[in-house]
Design a protein around this ligand. Structure first.
Ligand SMILES: [Zn+2]
Length: 106
C-alpha cells in the first residue's frame, strides 16, 4: 500500500497533529508524543543517554518537558518536517514512521 496523507492539520487548541490518510483512516498525535518520537540523531542520542543514566542523576534531569509545535511542513512528498517552538527542526517524519508511532500510542 502506498501511504499518503490526504490532509494534515495542526490543532493548536488541542495540541495535536491530525493526519487524514488516503485510505480513509485518520490519526491524532499529541505534540509531546511526536517530540518523544523525533527520529533525528540528536534526539535519539539524548534518548539513549537518558536510558543509561544511573538513578542518582534523576533529580538533575529536566522536569517534565512540554513541547509546542509551531509549524508543519512537507518534506518532499514522503515525510513531514516539524518545527518546534524551541527551535528544533531536524526531525523528518516519514509516512511509514507516522503510521508506526500511531499504532504504538493508541
Ligand atoms: Zn529531534
Amino acid at each position: 500500500m502506498h501511504l499518503r496523507p490526504r490532509s494534515i492539520k495542526l490543532d493548536k487548541q488541542r495540541q495535536i497533529l491530525v493526519v487524514d490518510w488516503h485510505d480513509g483512516s485518520s490519526a491524532e498525535y499529541s505534540w509531546n508524543s511526536l517530540r518523544d518520537a523525533c527520529p533525528c540523531a540528536q534526539c535519539r542520542n539524548e534518548y539513549s543517554a537518558e536510558n543509561t543514566n544511573n538513578t542518582d542523576m534523576v533529580f538533575n534531569l529536566n522536569p517534565v518537558k512540554s513541547f509546542s509545535l509551531n509549524l508543519v511542513e512537507l518534506a518532499g512528498n514522503y515525510a513531514l518536517k516539524l518545527y518546534w517552538s524551541d527551535g528544533h527542526n531536524s526531525g523528518i517524519y516519514g509516512w511509514e514512521y507516522l503510521k508506526t508511532i500511531d499504532s504504538l500510542t493508541t
